[in-house]
Design a protein around this ligand. Structure first.
Ligand SMILES: NC(=O)c1ccc[n+]([C@@H]2O[C@H](COP(=O)([O-])OP(=O)(O)OC[C@H]3O[C@@H](n4cnc5c(N)ncnc54)[C@H](O)[C@@H]3O)[C@@H](O)[C@H]2O)c1
Ligand SMILES: [Zn+2]
Length: 384
């Protein structure tokens, strides 16, 4: 048998910077990063795509970006586009095509930068637009929600929804840099402030009992809008996510194992069943509660640990149950159970669900018992 062996690896490196008021004229973090990428004789283009929910609260932002970019030596701002906020940005294929057209119109090439500013939804859309244009143009993320600063914005994935299925279209495409600006968090709706914390609870539960204890000790501050406490949560949560992506040997998820998706199989389905009325973080909170109760019913998690998890979610004022969890998709199937198969399909291969052996220790299973799941749902409905 004749064959030619091909083998290579590509190194990806990027930094997540922590800053405040990134486009203030006195803040050089962003400019320093760009100027370090400058090349002799080339003026590189910058195209910004901004979440309308951000410009609504930061009316000065576009003007500030224009003024900031005028001070740059080797870069020019070609356009700043404002797009619809929230999950709607991922549900609209026309918006995706429209943005691709904008990139073409402004002749964005592989030396240019597409910069997304916004929540996880807008960043997922912008990342996908950047990833498929010219087979990948340089992409910078400026996440503006808790969830995007501690999880989605610092990772390597992007995507949009298709036929109601979460992230059906998307790719693995690391950004060239991420800038977490804490000032943006001050204008978040309370619901988005809270729901972003679920990803921190999630990663603590599967990987870091010490972080879970820290959240227990700081739950009041976190739920009351204390910015320094939130900045600490974001830093640690982002570091845990990045350590997993970079260090667990499967950054582009070729295998079936996805510990960072603890609590997510039912969450994705719940988001869809609620017509995306539920925020991702809210749905994940319910998903975490469900899989924690399930782990308890399996005999894996002690009652004491289960109660600590439930209490922390409650203290952070996160939801534990939603009637859609038990809504029938057809005669005898709660719709959410169909989420198991959709989750498997999305990952490919064998069904792999993370459960909890203990706080700080996740473990995977390949089968979920639907009767036990039903009991877990009933327990959530009746007890908390
Ligand atoms: N790519 C990944 O790895 C990954 C990981 C986790 C989640 N996600 C995705 O992220 C999305 C959820 O992101 P999210 O929780 O950031 O919600 P979101 O992007 O839907 O934003 C929620 C709301 O907050 C508004 N907003 C954003 N920044 C603001 C600010 N500074 N002040 C006031 N309002 C602001 C938005 O306009 C929107 O209305 C989901 O689609 C989820 O699937 C992706
Ligand atoms: Zn998530």
């Amino acid at each position: 048998m004749a064959y030619i062996q091909q083998s290579f690896s590509v190194k990806f490196e990027y930094r997540v910077f922590f800053t405040e008021k990134i486009f203030d004229s006195s803040n050089s973090t962003f400019a320093d990063f760009l100027e370090a990428q400058a090349a002799e004789g080339i003026r590189k283009k910058l195209l910004f795509i901004i979440d309308e929910g951000v410009t609504a609260k930061h009316g000065y932002l576009q003007e500030q970006i224009t003024a900031y970019c005028e001070q740059l030596d080797n870069f020019e701002l070609v356009q700043d586009i404002v797009v619809v906020p929230g999950e709607a940005a991922k549900n609209d294929l026309q918006l995706f095509y429209w943005l691709i057209n904008e990139l073409e119109k402004y002749a964005i090439d592989r030396h240019s930068y597409v910069i997304g500013i916004g929540g996880g939804s807008v960043l997922d859309l912008v990342g996908y637009v950047a990833a498929v244009s010219h087979r990948g143009v340089k992409h910078i993320r400026i996440p503006t929600t808790v969830l995007s600063q501690n999880d989605s914005g610092v990772g390597v994935k992007n995507g949009i929804n298709y036929h109601g299925k979460k992230n059906f279209l998307g790719s693995f495409a690391p950004p060239v840099a991420v800038f977490n600006d804490a000032f943006f968090l001050t204008t978040l709706h309370e619901r988005d402030w809270r729901s972003g914390m679920t990803e921190a609870v999630k990663v603590a539960l599967i990987k870091d009992a010490g972080f879970f204890e820290w959240m227990e000790a700081n739950a009041t501050k976190l739920s009351m809008g204390d910015l320094p406490a939130m900045q600490q949560l974001i830093y640690r949560c982002a570091a845990l996510h990045m350590a997993h992506i970079g260090g667990a040997g499967d950054p582009f998820e070729s295998g079936s194992s996805r510990p960072l998706d603890f609590g997510h199989w039912s969450a994705h389905k719940l988001e869809q069943l609620s017509d995306f009325e539920l925020r991702h973080g809210e749905a994940v909170s319910i998903g975490i509660a469900l899989d924690s109760v399930y782990s308890f019913l399996l005999g894996w998690l002690s009652e004491d640990e289960l109660l600590r998890i439930i209490n922390l979610l409650k203290q952070l004022r996160l939801p534990l149950y939603h009637p859609l969890l038990e809504a029938d998709e057809d005669e005898d199937n709660p719709g959410v159970v169909a989420g198991l198969e959709e989750f498997r399909e999305h990952l490919g291969g064998q069904l792999t669900i993370s459960l909890l052996r203990a706080i700080g220790r996740g473990e995977e299973v390949h089968v979920m018992d639907t009767d036990l799941l039903q009991r877990a749902m009933t327990m959530l409905r009746d007890n908390w």
